[in-house]
Write a protein that binds this ligand. Structure first.
Ligand SMILES: C[S@@+](CC[C@H](N)C(=O)[O-])C[C@H]1O[C@@H](n2cnc3c(N)ncnc32)[C@H](O)[C@@H]1O
Length: 334
């Protein structure tokens, strides 16, 4: 029977949901929460929802294709206590959940590319683990599975260093987890001679790291005075990048919006907890100055990174002519 719950329209996303989410309003019920990060084909997510009918189960997945398949499975199942969200697990942990609100967090086989150039962006690292600890309720459980021995060793070191978590097993990790369903990736690992290594850690009473919910900032806003025309500025634009701490901004393209005599700048940005692809728009005002703000294309969210991206672009535009200057600047600095 297809589900009729309000949230089960398609394409829930970390970029469109409120920060933090009111889960009671979203599910229409007050229940403890279970989170799975990187649910792949969604079978384990649905298994969690069936196994725990008194919990609301939330899956977060970065792959659109996997998300669409899981959404269909959820709708077909008619289960009222599960939803799938598109986005990075890191974004969900930092932006969608308040502290001490999740009873179980499951991560199965993250980062199969562990050894490659993506290693710096792996899911299980200090910042994400701190966010996991902070989001677990006291007594909440963190489950992690990996088929990569080096990953297991790295995770073991991090977990052993985490005073607010207690290992629930007598060994650093178990090689079997009775009663657990085997995930699609796990099956593949067994067939290829890579068995799983399973971690089970419980949130104890020791105070953990303070990881605040990342909320939206005000909209960044710059007013620019310049004798240059939009065409002059477009001509001077070249692909450029800007980096501050862990925030990386790439200005990819500039386009002329002829109808509005406005310039659009296409930007890709990585922050530790969120990736965004958005446009800033430089629009002429009646007094002859220009306003630089973000365009509403693609659900941009005003974060610190977006402020930094706006501030740097404003400074660059002002640097193009000796008589150009930023006359008003509502931008948070790093
Ligand atoms: C190796 S697969 C495992 C899939 C599934 N858990 C299983 O065991 O069959 C890793 C999954 O995590 C997803 N993923 C990777 N990094 C992620 C992140 N930062 N946030 C959310 N999902 C992520 C991938 O898209 C992929 O579906």
């Amino acid at each position: 029977m297809p589900s009729t719950l309000p949230f089960q329209h398609r394409k829930l996303s970390t970029m469109t949901l409120p920060w933090p989410v009111d889960w009671t309003a979203l599910f229409g019920t007050v229940r403890p929460l279970i989170l799975e990060i990187g649910f792949g084909n969604g079978d384990y997510l649905l298994h969690l929802a069936r196994q725990h009918p008194d919990y609301n189960v939330i899956g977060v997945e970065i792959s659109n294709k996997s998300l669409e398949k899981a959404e269909q499975k959820i709708i077909n199942s008619g289960l009222p206590n599960v939803c799938a969200i598109h986005g990075r697990g890191e974004t969900a942990l930092h932006h969608l959940f308040a502290s001490a609100t999740i009873s179980q967090i499951h991560v199965n086989y993250p980062d199969p590319w562990f050894k490659s150039r993506h290693a710096g962006r792996r899911l299980i690292q200090r910042d994400t683990l701190d966010a996991i600890v902070s989001r677990l309720v006291p007594g909440g459980i963190f489950y992690l599975a990996t088929d990569i021995l080096d990953y297991a060793e790295m995770a073991h070191e991090l977990l052993a260093d985490t005073r607010s978590l207690t290992n629930q097993q007598s060994v650093p990790w178990a090689d079997e987890m009775p009663g657990r369903i085997i995930t699609k990736y796990e099956q593949k690992g067994y067939q290829e001679g890579r068995p799983g290594h399973f971690f089970v850690y419980q949130r104890n009473e020791i105070a953990g790291p303070d990881v605040p919910v990342m909320q939206e900032l005000e909209m960044p806003h710059i007013v620019l005075q310049t004798p240059l025309t939009p065409d002059d500025m477009l001509e001077k634009f070249d692909k450029m990048t800007h980096h501050i701490d862990d925030i990386h901004v790439a200005y990819l393209e500039a386009f002329m919006d002829h109808r509005r005599r406005a310039l659009l700048f296409e930007i890709k940005m990585q922050e530790p907890t969120i990736d965004q692809h958005f446009c800033l728009t430089l629009t002429p005002r009646e007094d002859g100055d220009y306003t630089l703000i973000y365009a509403t294309i693609g659900n941009p969210r005003p974060t610190l990174g977006m402020h930094i991206a706006t501030g740097h672009l404003g400074d660059w535009l002002a640097s193009l002519h000796p008589d150009a200057q930023v006359v008003s600047r509502k931008v948070k600095e790093a």
